[in-house]
Ligand binder design. Structure first.
Ligand SMILES: [Zn+2]
Length: 110
């Protein structure tokens, strides 16, 4: 979060994109729920709420979980008063994207 605040508040980045991608191994691991070594588990834990949100929805389960994770991470970023102030002052846009690897395209999802 410190890096995000630094990049926007101090360095003046105008757009912050949370970019999920097709076939994400981390999201798949979170969906499988198998034990992982070391600190990898902290990444998996951060993705699990999105996996729960996406469960049972129509479409492709991994893609749904990736997109749900993008939206979850945007919510977490919006907990930062530094970020929300920049957004309110129209100095920053926070957007979500999905990178379709097959097509080589990024689609905005928020
Ligand atoms: Zn990934």
């Amino acid at each position: 979060m410190g890096s995000i605040e630094y990049g926007t508040f101090v360095l003046g980045s105008k757009v912050l994109m949370v970019l999920g991608h097709e076939n994400c191994g981390a999201v798949k691991a979170a969906m499988e729920g198998k034990p992982v070594p070391g600190q990898i588990g902290s990444i998996i834990s951060a993705i699990k709420p999105a996996v729960e949100i996406a469960k049972g929805k129509a479409g492709y389960p991994v893609e749904n979980a990736v997109k749900a994770n993008v939206m979850e991470q945007i919510q977490i970023i919006n907990f930062s008063p530094v970020i929300t102030q920049l957004v309110q002052e129209n100095k920053l846009k926070v957007v979500g994207g999905y990178y379709d690897l097959d097509r080589g395209k990024v689609y905005l999802i928020s």
